[in-house]
Design a protein around this ligand. Structure first.
Ligand code: MSP
Length: 645
């Protein structure tokens, strides 16, 4: 049997619920797992909870609960969050499991017998919040946690203790990291770890005295194993190592261990590999440390970030209500946003506004609109059937390149880059539609041309439903459903072209991502409504006056910044039988890319006017929210030039 792809997230402390920070690591792991399965690999995806920490026992006490009952409850809260976010793990590891505790004791005893663990006396400072011992002059002076995000007062500890002989592994670890650059990714993280090691690795106290919650130290009363030493070993005990002390070659070593940058140098890149070296076990193939989500410049955390801002389930519920989209699609929108903007090298602000902007631009306008307009036109012009199953070679080449490059980026856990390349497919089809104008071909009776053009959109939708499925599994299933195809996740099917045969009947389109309308500002205080004034007749217009106004549907075929004004865009629009230039003050709310291919409404019989040197032949209609333009479009595709009553 071939080696299973073994992937892990950290196991999370259960003193609080999940938030978008813990959600990020878990989501990346889910997307990688789905991608690896799509590549034909068998995957073993571990996540779980870190339950033996003193701060967990303290949280139970604060809640007035028995610690075991408390961790049981919290573990199921985590599982519920992950299920709602559509995270498909294979094992949910819990460190209060007796087989885990027995295995940790086994590691302890083996290392004690070898001399890698030894008994001594610990005197120093401990941060209960970070579950970390700190030493050095700065600590002696300040007695505050050295973790810049924490800075809480430290507790003084002087106790009989066991130590892991980490110092003995410093050179081996440094040499290993230098000889195996892909062991720690991305490169910035590798450099952080190397400088941490260069500062000097000291032996680590791995036991605590007088604690009654945790894994007991074998042969000692009132002593438990330090929670980090205990927790790291879960990755090994989950594979069944505890049974006989032999690593299962199908699972071991892990292929990818994901975590935030905060728990990489001090724990996963030193204590963990040193423990494995001491056990003479192969090291994980890769440790990947991502950056943080920030809120107002600070790391997002349950304790510091206000209310619902960091709770992924509340964010999903609100998006689903505001956009009127199904909750499972709102889950996918959050998954897309988190992976598209995932902090890899540097930290990134997390904001609901940025999520909404991605939702409207990338999901409603780009992905949703591509599927919707393609299916609408296929039903309107071709009775909802595939009439041509051949792609133009240039389009086929763009598709294949995007599929290849997306796979390469996903392989490297670079979701932002991978999703950007996947979007090349959408952009290519939009430009192709603009140049071929299938609506005009239909008018001219060239149905073969229409069929050939729309085939690009159909194939694009089929391919996207496969390659986006690691990121947005529910939406991809819905896209496949609208194409009347079984839900397919095998990547090899996206590499093939012409997957929709002639004669294949398509289903009717239903928008998966209805456009999100901006929220109206809530009034500051309940205000009395002023009595409705009756407008004097001279502010009204008669029906005959209205009839003079000609509003028509136009399609934007090109868009570019105005050469002489930052706030203006210069658009080329098609009215079917006529092309016009329109200057519009929408540069602050729209990029040219977002507009090309869209249908908009224009005032068509406005006298031409020269705006900063460019003649504008009409005016774009938009709703006005505090000066921000929200473009108006017909509810479904209609022929270009259609009049509005
Ligand atoms: N229990 C330890 C891990 C033991 S693994 C053997 C722990 N747990 S934790 O509950 O604090 O979760 C840590 C994980 O959540 C880390 O990967 C951490 O980086 C991630 N995040 C927590 N807040 C975060 C952000 N604001 N942004 C991104 N990820 C962050 O540490």
């Amino acid at each position: 049997m071939s080696k299973t792809f073994y992937i892990t997230t950290p196991i999370y402390y259960v003193n609080d619920k999940p938030h978008v920070g813990t959600g990020l690591t878990t989501l990346i792991a889910d997307a990688v797992s789905r991608f690896q399965r799509a590549q034909g690999k068998t995957v073993f995806f571990l996540t779980g909870t870190d339950e033996n920490a003193p701060k967990v026992a303290a949280a139970a006490q604060k809640a007035g609960k028995d610690p075991q009952a408390f961790v049981d409850e919290m573990a199921s809260v985590f599982e519920r969050y992950w299920q709602t976010l559509n995270i498909r793990y294979d094992i949910f590891m819990r460190t209060t499991r007796t087989d885990h505790k027995r295995a940790v004791q086994r590691v302890f005893q083996q290392l004690l017998a070898k001399g890698d663990v030894y008994a001594g006396e610990y005197e120093g400072w401990y941060c209960i919040s970070c579950e970390t011992f700190w030493t050095g002059a700065k600590v002696e002076e300040e007695r505050l946690c050295l973790n810049a995000e924490c800075r809480k007062p430290l507790e003084h500890r002087k106790e009989h203790s066991y130590f892991l002989r980490l110092s003995a592994y410093a050179d081996r670890l440094r040499d290993y990291i230098q000889a195996n650059p892909s062991f720690i990714e991305p490169e910035t993280r590798r450099n952080e770890v190397l400088s941490f090691i260069a500062e000097g690795l000291q032996d680590v106290a791995i036991s605590r005295l007088e604690a009654n919650w945790g894994t007991p130290v074998p042969g000692e009363d009132n002593m438990v194993i330090y929670v980090w030493f205990d927790a790291l070993i879960n990755y090994l005990t989950a594979t069944g190592w505890g049974e006989n002390g032999v690593a299962d070659p199908i699972l071991w070593p892990p292929d990818l261990q994901l975590m935030g940058k905060d728990i990489l140098p001090r724990f996963h890149a030193t204590i963990w590999p040193a423990t494995l070296m001491a056990l003479e076990l192969p090291l994980p193939k890769q440790l990947f440390g991502h950056g943080w989500w920030l809120f107002k410049g600070e790391k997002i955390s349950k304790s510091k970030t206000p209310g619902g801002l960091a709770d992924p389930l509340l964010i999903v519920r609100e998006l689903s209500a505001d956009a009127q989209c199904e909750e499972r699609f709102a889950v996918d929108a959050l998954r897309y946003y988190m992976l598209r903007e995932m902090p890899t090298q540097s930290d990134t602000n997390f904001s609901v506004e940025a999520l909404e902007a991605r939702y409207n631009a990338d999901l409603a306008n780009d992905l949703g609109n591509l599927l919707h307009r393609t299916l609408s036109m296929t039903h309107r012009y071709l009775e909802g059937q595939v009439t041509n199953a051949e792609l133009e070679p240039e389009i086929a080449a763009v598709f294949q390149k995007a599929v290849r490059e997306t796979a390469a980026a996903f392989h490297e856990t670079q979701f932002p880059a991978g999703l950007q390349t996947a979007w090349e497919i959408i952009r290519a089809v939009n430009h192709y539609y603009d140049s071929r104008a299938p609506w005009n071909l239909a008018k001219q009776g060239d149905l073969a041309g229409v069929g050939q053009t729309l085939y690009a959109g159909l194939e694009a939708s089929r391919i996207l439903s496969i390659i986006l499925s690691p990121v947005m599994p529910s939406v991809c299933e819905a896209i496949a459903g609208q194409l009347n195809l079984p839900y397919e996740t095998r990547w090899s099917e996206a590499e093939k072209l012409n997957g929709l045969p002639v004669g294949h009947a398509l289903n009717q389109p239903t928008p998966v991502f209805p456009r999100l309308q901006p929220k109206a500002e809530a009034p500051a205080a309940p205000e009395k409504k002023p009595p409705q004034e009756v407008k004097p007749m001279d502010e009204m217009i008669s029906i005959d006056e209205f009839k003079k106004i000609k509003i028509r549907v136009a399609r934007v075929t090109a868009a570019e910044p105005h050469p002489n004004a930052n706030k203006l865009l210069k658009l080329t629009v098609s009215l079917g039988d006529e092309t016009r230039t329109i200057v519009a003050g929408i540069a602050e709310s729209h990029t040219p890319d977002q507009l090309v291919g869209r249908q908009v409404l224009i005032l068509a019989n406005l006298q031409p006017a020269t705006l900063r040197g460019v003649v504008s032949e009409g005016m774009l209609l938009a709703a006005d929210i505090d000066g921000k333009a929200i473009l108006l479009s017909p509810e479904t595709e209609v022929p270009d030039g259609t009049g509005v009553r």
